[in-house]
Ligand binder design. Sequence first.
Ligand code: NAD
Length: 469
Amino acid sequence: MTSLDRPHLFIGGEWVPPASTETIPVENPATEEVIAHVPAGTAADVDRAVAAARNAFDAWAGLPPAERAAVLDRLHTALAARAGDIAKTVGLELGTPLKVAKNVQAGLPLAVLRGYADLAGRPENSEQIGNSLIEHEPVGVVGAITPWNYPLHQVVAKVAAAMAAGCTVVLKPSELTPLVAYLLFDAAAEAGVPAGVLNLVTGTGPVVGAAIAGHPGVDMVSFTGSTATGRAISHAAADRIARVALELGGKSANVILEDADVVKAVKVGVGNAFLNSGQTCTAWTRMLVHRSLYDEAVSLAAKTAAGYTVGDPFDEATRLGPLVSGVQSKRVRGFVERATARLVAGGLDAPLPEKGYFVAPTVFADVDPESELAQEEIFGPVLSIIPFADDDDAVTIANNSRYGLAGGVWGSDERALAVARRMRTGAVDINGGAFNPAAPFGGYKQSGVGRELGEYGLAEFRQVKAIQR
Ligand code: NAD
């Protein structure tokens, strides 16, 4: 038992005991200590939560948009009051350094929730096509299953959009980082979110996740996580033809063209690749550099990586925290160990704190575009640098991936735009263009199906009806 233990689930507007007394320990990856326990939910808990969400659906879907918006607005106020706690909790259970925990892990979900509170209040726009009236209706009960790397953002991106669309939700957060999701449900209880609209069942993927994905009462499954799990969820939902939205992995390319500002491109590129210890699905983990800038880029990247302070997430000077778990650190070390490319920074022998699941910021140069380093999503602080001959060659290498989630291009505006348009990927930032939380977010190829965030994210949770008169 610890003071951070959360023994309950949130079902039908109340904190309720789970069906089983089994618990899951939550570890601090910087110290390897168990800091809390949460319920190991079961299929019986999922049944209860789905029943509560179904009971709440008609009334929530039938509310005028302005009333749903008012609930989301109160939820935003209650969550914003917990911003400090959110950053601290993510620092404890994931190991995100304080500055990123405040700005991204707490700041981003609050911005997304604010955006959906505003979008929810817009009057429904009914469209006329010939003699048909076209209406948009909520899809029903949504099962939301989320990972650990941006543990509140990924929850809010689903929950807020689904609620704004008029859906009710059963959420299963990652068992590695469940504590921050509890803060959202504390806020929901305080904000008076109507009973059953938002339900929380913690537990493991194979038990609670699988029960949600296969549940006949769940109309849509919205999943963020690995491609392998996304595939299993698609199979489970296919049996009853339930809708699925998937946000999966990535292996994104950062293309530095011959007329780029190479100093800025490398500095921002390394920062992007190592954000959140490289545990970011959109991370630019392949740096593609024109041959004329290649040697300079490799030495700049090596120097930037070597300058990172690795250690305690709660120390203001820390740039890189631990990986989320022992399993993840072992997996990432395996990729580094097997790599045959030229190591220019970090590696397995670099000095690290004694305790905790740390991996040094690592850079490989001369990486073969077909090799494991360039093809597999590593999900750790490992950057691969690859040379290219011209713009066509850059596009070919960038698109040589089974993923297509994000990317960057650096160079003169028109040339960079032309390359960005040819990249088979869901998002591209030109010359460091800022992340836009209202723009559609999602993947091509094995990076996913569907879009999150903003209006496109809301539309995923809607059905379209044609009424002929
Ligand atoms: P994961 O697939 O192991 O787990 C994600 C969630 O699925 C967890 O809640 C887990 O408990 C659950 N789960 C596991 N097995 C399940 C099953 N059989 N049925 C139902 N649910 C199951 O992924 P992870 O390790 O938590 O996250 C890392 C991965 O997520 C990376 O590959 C990363 O790229 C990807 N990711 C993608 C995005 C995106 O938006 N595209 C965002 C973040 C992470």
